[in-house]
Design a protein around this ligand. Structure first.
Ligand code: G3P
Length: 243
């Protein structure tokens, strides 16, 4: 089972920060997952929300701030407010951290709420500049984004994310056929909507299933029995020890 650290070791450290990613380096896991947004001056930065408010000591949208402004913010995670490794990193910084390792980096493009101009192109260009095409998976909840990625760089693996709203089999089926048409290597559903029939169907067409939101041993064991290919978890240290 592939264990992927969701936003780094985010169960213990501030999510999507260099500290949370560095804490994964010694773990025996498949890779890490991170989220990408774009600043006012077109810089790719790693943060989950469109706004800084939940995780940093500031307020406002990433799209309205420059990289310089963003880098002045500190984490609002208790006891990590003054930690220099707990700022908002650039995508380049995180990719360079993992470049010398065997880790796979799942880059989620967060353009489902804000349509950042050229987000797909900018991410692919950076991945190519760093020669990391074989070390990344690019995921999105938007098929339009995945189709654009296929057009600009067909060989970089893509993953179609499915939220729990798609729990009905009919809806999952629709996602499945879109993923087939896109030649997605992976489908990444919320673990709550993963069922045997759907997983088998994906496997018959060589699509791997990576479930997200898996944070307990019980959930992990259930998915192991269903033969999912991998999971995203906030506790990769715990789940990798029983893997
Ligand atoms: O990429 C898996 C998972 O992170 C998707 O959900 O809300 O964390 O972006 P979310």
């Amino acid at each position: 089972m592939k264990i992927i650290a969701h936003r780094g070791l985010s169960g213990f450290y501030p999510e999507n920060t260099m500290l949370a990613f560095k804490k994964c380096l010694n773990l025996n896991i498949y890779g890490i997952e991170l989220d990408v947004q774009k600043t006012k001056d077109n810089q790719l930065v790693v943060i989950h929300d469109e706004k800084v408010d939940r995780t940093f000591n500031g307020t406002g949208y990433i799209k309205d701030m420059t990289l310089k402004e963003i880098q002045t913010l500190n984490s609002s995670f208790k006891n990590y407010e003054n930690n220099k490794d707990c700022k908002i990193p650039t995508l380049k910084e995180v990719l360079l951290l993992f470049k010398p390792t065997n880790f796979i980096i799942n880059i989620e493009l967060k353009n489902n709420k804000i349509k950042y101009k050229n987000l797909e192109e900018d991410v692919i260009n950076l991945v190519k500049e760093l020669k990391m095409e074989r070390k990344v998976i690019i995921s999105s909840f938007r098929m339009k984004t995945l189709n654009k990625l296929k057009a600009i760089s067909p060989k970089v693996p893509r993953s179609y994310l499915i939220s729990e709203k798609f729990y009905k089999y009919r809806l999952k089926n629709m996602i499945f056929y879109r993923a087939i048409k896109n030649d997605s290597t992976y489908i990444s559903p919320n673990y709550l909507i993963s069922d045997k029939k759907f997983i088998n169907k994906c496997h018959r067409r060589d699509i791997q299933v990576l479930c997200y939101g898996v944070n307990t041993i019980e959930e992990y064991e259930k998915l192991l029995k269903l033969k999912v290919d991998g999971i995203f978890t906030d506790f990769p240290n715990i789940l990798s020890s029983i893997n």
